[in-house]
Design a protein around this ligand. Sequence first.
Ligand code: TRP
Ligand code: SF4
Length: 334
Amino acid sequence: MKNILTGIRPTGNLHLGHYFGAVSNWIKLQDDYNSYIEIADVQALTDNFNDPDKVRKNVRELTIDLLSCGIDPKKVTIFIQSMIPEIAEVTIYFSNLVTISRLYRNPTIKTEISQKKELFGHSGESVTYGFLGYPVSQAADITVFDGQLVPVGEDQLPLLEQCREIVRKFNTIYGETFVEPEQMLTENKRIKGLDGNEKMGKSLGNAIYLIDDYETISKKIMSAVTDPNKIKKDDKANPDVCMVYYYHKLVNQDNLETVCQECKNGSRGCVACKKELINKMMEFLKPIQEKRKYYEENMDVVDNILKEGTLKAQKYAKNKMKLVRENMKIDYFE
Ligand code: TRP
Ligand code: SF4
């Protein structure tokens, strides 16, 4: 079985974008691969170094979210990045193989620096060494676990390409040590926000969270963007430009044809349509929220899953490190 490794930053709860864009895919893959999911707290700290409480709290929150969605800890190794010192070690060795200008040219990094003006200055003049270098650390995340496949969204592809470059260089200099990972693009690449924005995101304020309750969901869906040309209840409209319809497609497959036809022929009002979506959304979230409740009441179960996953990952990394040290000729007293 091939090794799959993916990571996620513990900076907040999961929303539908995460679910349909990533997690649902990981669940499908968990039977057929050796799957590792890294809770990337070290990476989260690169741009949240001044908020350690937030990162710490979200390590558990995120784990509960993942388990509630159906990630099976018997099949998937969930581990905490900062507990694997080998990742930090390999990051240092990898950093010799990457130029600073190459990091600045990485499109993902470029975009993120320009989005974080508060932290990194208007033209990125205050960007830290740690943040600039996180692609190097991500390359270590993947390769320490021999990740052959990395299921990620499009925005992560430049990071994977950078990882592949590092691996090629490393193997050329020190001999065959690491596997060059391949991307595995997720089916639903990106989920749009309630406002019609191309991306659903916390900072954009347009997300539905898996933990949202009925009231919150109602408020959000009631203010979602519909076809602007539909003014009266019985106006004919175009569902393809309506965000409510877009979400019907995700959680109301069974009744989709009807929603579409009634919207087009004017027999469906937007308020009723939104109410139907609210109910379907709650139905979709119900099993996830019930599982969350179980885990919240049984925190020891969550902590054990994290602990066991991390122990397993530690063993793997420790073993891998032997080969790295040997090939780099730094295996002094062995
Ligand atoms: N950079 C990824 C994100 O922001 C998270 C991540 C950390 C990751 N380590 C990884 C993804 C390794 C894939 C592989 O979503
Ligand atoms: Fe959107 Fe439904 Fe209104 Fe059509 S009827 S525009 S699908 S909310």
